[in-house]
Design a protein around this ligand. Structure first.
Ligand code: HEM
Length: 416
């Protein structure tokens, strides 16, 4: 169903507009797979093979611009950041070897699958509690916002279990996360940058307070593990630990929230897939892979060429900044036949690029998939007749990377 959702002429490319991008991305893949987009200053890549090559060639394509704000902070915003002592730098994604290799090794050792698996019962419980809230809100048959009640909070409660952060802090950290996403990947006006800058100062302070607390009172959680490894001789500085938390406290929930919102939209538009997973929950893990391919949260990522090179027959100059549209690569017919269609039995679905590729490959991928699987199973069993509210059409926030729906309005239908 809904293979391609609308047409925008190529000339009108606006990388921040993620409302109906798929027809235009397809056009790029077919007609101009790598082109220079003057208004943004980025080379735009849209084909699977080219993007994979760029991810893979980390010696040429550095990730140093992965966290660079698309619009530089205004003077007033910079003053707020400076006065507030905000000195955060990317934990991992924008670091380059050898620092990246060294820090990733430490972070990775605290992020093993065993750790994620150990909180599976808590994830089941968190999902159940939020589906109870959804049921309560939709009891009289009126449309309810799945995004606000379930997708937005659930990954934060899960992540904070790993972080040892009290539930009461969830709204605050979600607020900081939204501001972080806007600061880096959106096109805010000078005025809109002011509250974002205040949030960033508060966020950075929160991380330092959290680390001070864990130094005084270590627990069984991710920040305490990082500090313990450091005290046992791991090569990681205090500010690098703070940087890893600055990244993870964002990457560990915003991405997954967005994915949950998007996959419910995809499922509701593809009733046959929904019916299939209701009838056989063993299909869910591959359905999750396919939805990561088809409706991911991260649709664009950036790299910078350290020296002149050629990709897909196009010469890129030294210093070229590249916007890789991974959301487009995921639908490239050369890798995914019938790529504009959701097919939950697709056998190579897991070769999508939604978690990146190569040395920066997402460290939280197992957790994200586990959460998505649990939610989808509980949701389909409890609300088999779930559907989008009549007339509802998804709209997306302006962003070059995160395809975040502003709401996901559903009706619960008769319960199971
Ligand atoms: C659906 C959910 C998620 C998506 C779509 C996603 C996507 C990504 C992407 C695109 C990257 C950059 C990869 C690259 O440059 O090659 C990344 C890196 C990363 N992700 Fe995720 N992520 C998700 C969930 C998570 C979770 C749950 C966590 C933590 C618990 C996490 C932690 C990280 C970290 C720490 C990195 C940096 C790795 C590095 O630079 O070495 N992510 N993720």
């Amino acid at each position: 169903m809904n293979a391609i959702d609308g047409i925008q002429p190529a000339g009108s490319f606006d990388p921040f507009d993620l409302n109906k991008p798929h027809a235009q991305w397809k056009q790029f893949r077919e007609e101009s797979p790598i082109f220079y987009h003057e208004p943004s200053g980025y080379w735009v890549a849209s084909r699977y093979d080219d993007i994979k090559q760029i991810f893979d060639d980390w010696k040429c394509f550095s990730s140093e611009n992965a966290q660079k704000p698309m619009r530089p902070m205004s003077e007033a915003g910079r003053k707020i950041l400076k006065d507030g002592g905000f000195t955060a730098y990317s934990g991992l994604t924008a670091r380059v070897p050898p620092d990246h290799t060294r820090i990733r090794k430490v972070a990775q050792s605290c992020f093993g699958p065993r750790r994620f698996k150990s909180i599976e019962p808590q994830i089941e419980a968190i999902v159940k509690t939020h589906l109870d809230k959804l049921e309560e809100a939709g009891r009289d048959g009126k449309p309810v916002n799945f995004w606000e009640i379930v997708a937005f909070p659930v990954p934060a409660y899960v992540l904070f279990t790993l972080m040892g952060i009290p539930d009461a802090d969830v709204p605050k950290i979600k607020q900081y996360g939204m501001s972080r996403g806007k600061m880096t990947w959106s096109d805010l006006s000078d005025e809109e940058m002011i509250p974002v800058a205040h949030d960033m100062v508060a966020y950075w302070k929160y991380i330092h307070d959290l680390l001070d607390m864990r130094r005084a009172n270590p627990g069984d959680d991710f920040p305490s593990d990082l500090l313990r490894l450091q005290s046992e001789g791991a090569e990681i500085e205090d500010e690098e630990i703070a940087g890893v938390l600055y990244s993870t406290l964002f990457a560990g929930h915003e991405t997954t929230s967005t994915f949950m919102g998007n996959y419910v939209l995809a499922m509701m538009d593809n009733r046959d897939a929904w019916d299939a997973i209701k009838a056989n929950d063993k299909l869910i893990p591959n359905a999750v892979e396919e939805m990561l391919r088809y409706m991911p949260s991260v649709v664009g990522w950036r790299r910078k060429a350290r020296y002149a090179t050629t990709v897909g027959g196009v010469d890129l100059p030294e210093g070229a900044e590249v916007l890789m549209i991974t959301g487009s690569a995921n639908r490239d017919e050369s890798q995914f036949p019938d790529g504009e269609k959701l097919d939950i039995t697709r056998d190579n679905a897991r070769t999508h690029l939604s978690f990146g590729y190569g040395i920066h490959y997402c460290l939280g991928f197992q957790l994200a998939k586990m959460e998505a699987t649990i939610l989808l199973r509980q949701l389909s069993q409890r609300f088999p007749n779930l559907r989008l509210a009549p007339g509802f059409e998804a709209h997306y926030h302006r962003n070059i990377t995160f395809r975040v729906p502003t709401s996901v309005m559903v009706e619960l239908g008769d319960p199971a």
